[in-house]
Design a protein around this ligand. Structure first.
Ligand SMILES: Cc1cc2nc3c(=O)[nH]c(=O)nc-3n(C[C@H](O)[C@H](O)[C@H](O)COP(=O)(O)O)c2cc1C
Length: 210
């Protein structure tokens, strides 16, 4: 059995990547982690050229992922919240799963998925959107883990004075940005525990570990 973890965050090694990796590590099966950062994955163009053979004809990096998705027994899908929605890269990735949906949509049926969802303020929003997509493919939802990540406003250099940024929204006016104020997964052991529990649950569903 193998598990494919996909993080749709364009920031390598940050909250979404880390949480996906915790789930994979706890699953106890052969696994691969793929970051979508730097990958060229465009939106579905609704050309319907994939109807006959379930193969998307858009020539971009989604082609590299297609066989890995089909081969995986378990999926860990992670995405951050950008503007109260899935970030565009994750959304493009999920739109392009449409290639698997034709002729009863059974190409991904029976796979098991853990959802990883992050946000600076509302980390649960991407999860709600991903969860709605899973039934289209008859993918079983194992569970969801959410965690707070550091909005870029904490490190952009303007965070202490910007009136519209996440620092003001989260901490109020006139705050000094110190390390202890910046959200980080290491400060959320409860979330890491949930990720590991879900990884173990996924591992058990998939059967005896290697
Ligand atoms: C362009 C942009 C828009 C964002 N919009 C939101 C938002 O609407 N709500 C929210 O909770 N977080 C928002 N965030 C914060 C990210 O969700 C947060 O930094 C998250 O940790 C990113 O995941 P990462 O740490 O894996 O990169 C935004 C970040 C960026 C870069």
């Amino acid at each position: 059995m193998n598990v494919l973890g996909i993080s749709g965050s364009p920031r390598r090694g940050k909250t979404t990547d880390q949480l996906v990796q915790h789930v994979l590590a706890a699953a106890g099966h052969e696994s691969e982690f793929i970051s979508l950062a730097g990958k060229q994955i465009g939106p579905c163009s609704a050309c319907m050229a994939c109807v006959k053979d379930n193969i998307c004809k858009i020539n971009d990096d989604m082609g590299l992922l297609r066989e890995k998705i089909l081969a995986a027994d378990g999926l860990v899908i992670g995405a951050p919240n950008y503007f109260s929605a899935l970030n565009a890269l994750s959304h493009c990735f999920l739109e392009r799963l449409c290639q698997f949906r034709h002729r009863d949509g059974l190409a991904l049926a029976g796979k098991h998925a853990v959802i990883v969802s992050t946000g600076g303020i509302e980390p649960e929003i991407p999860a709600a959107m991903i969860e709605k997509m899973l039934p289209y493919y008859q993918i079983h939802h194992v569970g969801t883990v959410t965690a707070q990540g550091a909005a870029s406003c904490f490190t952009c250099g303007q965070g202490e004075t910007c009136s519209t940024g996440a620092v003001r929204m989260l901490c109020g006016e006139g705050v000094k940005i110190t390390d202890d104020l910046i959200p980080d997964l290491s400060k959320q052991p409860d979330k890491i525990a949930v990720a590991r529990d879900l990884g173990q649950k996924l591992g058990k569903i998939l059967g005896t570990a290697i």
